[in-house]
Design a protein around this ligand. Sequence first.
Ligand code: HPA
Ligand code: ZN
Length: 329
Amino acid sequence: MSFKSFPKVELHTHLEGCAPPAFIRGLAREKKIDIGGIFDADGGYAFRDFDHFLKVYEAACTTLQTPEDFRRLTLAVLEETAANGVIYMETFVSPDFCGGGDLAAWRDYLAAIVDAADEAETKFGITLRGIVTGIRHFGPEACKPAARCAAETKGRFITGYGMAGGEMVGRPGDYAYSFDLAREAGLNLTCHAGEWGGPSMVRETIRDLGVSRIGHGIGAADDHALIDEIMEKDIVLEVCPGSNVVLKAVSGWPSHPIAKLRDAGVKVTVSTDDPPFFHTTMTKEFEMLQRTFGWEEDDFNALNRTAIAAAFCDEDTRERIGRQLEETQ
Ligand code: HPA
Ligand code: ZN
């Protein structure tokens, strides 16, 4: 089966993390910024482990300095993502990288991102929605302005609030203020947990932050009581297998728990996280799932249905994308 044109829905990407290295090098050249150390001999992003990945990621982000940079980035990312068959995508956007958490600046960056998303929808047939993201290792205080930006700009495009970054910094409850603020504004909630942390991190994230989705969540795989709780609460996992393999959160594709979680009855979805960093695309994720676990067309159709049901978009968009998926099944 050729997976490239197979329609796909992905819920877990980081907008800056989708930037091809050549795009970042181009910006660095234009702005005369020295970020030479972040690339390998082949021109790809180079990092040793997760903490180093976060540093390289932030160094790449220093080249993204204006709303226009984000407009160009969003358009380039959506062209590439649509070329891999993705018809609906959600992406994490960070006020910290878009004006340093200042609300007026954030509005300008967001307008540019939305402008590019609208253009891409017309040109490439892909729909994008944004989830504002606090960056955990910047600390609980720094996540509050991000949550305020989310609350103030909730609408057709910004539909959720979440948290990414260094998972082992603080406990989930330390970040409850931001999640409460976002929930009260009517935003949907997700949080990275169980990428590095074990069952207690996932449990506390559900209990203290009240999320309906978990980013990764693979740390829950061996805890049957937690798996039952995830299913009872109808929580959906945004699983990113290729990311987990490259960052060594798992030892390799064969030992990735996505199949085990799915077979236990957990609602799993598949995403690329930061595709150029992890040398992946949604096409490659589907190919590896087929090769490793023998998943076939029916399994991928089911993945898509789970993903669009769990998407943080309005009901009209959900129905429209749902119809598009049905037409191509
Ligand atoms: N995990 C956690 N935080 C991140 C990631 C990731 O893969 N990408 C960008 N921020
Ligand atoms: Zn992520």
